[in-house]
Write a new protein. Sequence first.
Length: 159
Amino acid sequence: MINRRNLLLVSTAVPALALVTATFMPMDDAWAGQAIFTGSTDGIAINGYDPVAYFKQNAPVEGSADYTTLYKGVTWRFSSAENRDLFIADPEKYEPQYGGYCAYAVAKNQLAKTEPDAFSIVDGKLYLNFDKPVRSIWEAEKGSFIVQGDANWPDLNPG
């Protein structure tokens, strides 16, 4: 039975979800076809943020041009030599899932940019999202979105 409260939830959620879905397209030509999301930073992974810092500090931290490594064809920046060395020793442990593209979009069989502060660490893996509102949607059903994303990523992976 649909009551007023449920009708209100549906009437506000559907337009919000449509807005979120619409923001994913079209993909920016500047990073289309790249296996690792570089955003507005030419050839620098995940907008130049330190992937190791997400795990160590539970926060986005800008990397430095002083501490870099080349991995999967792009430059990765780090906030310290220690973080760079940790990444080099085990990049798969620290690199974001789905090449740093939005985890929610990948679950929806699309590619979208990500914002550094819209992140989650789930079962020791880093997931980035389009923005914080999208991360909230993704977090609500992250288990099923991860399953969907894992299934979609091999076909979506531009690399």
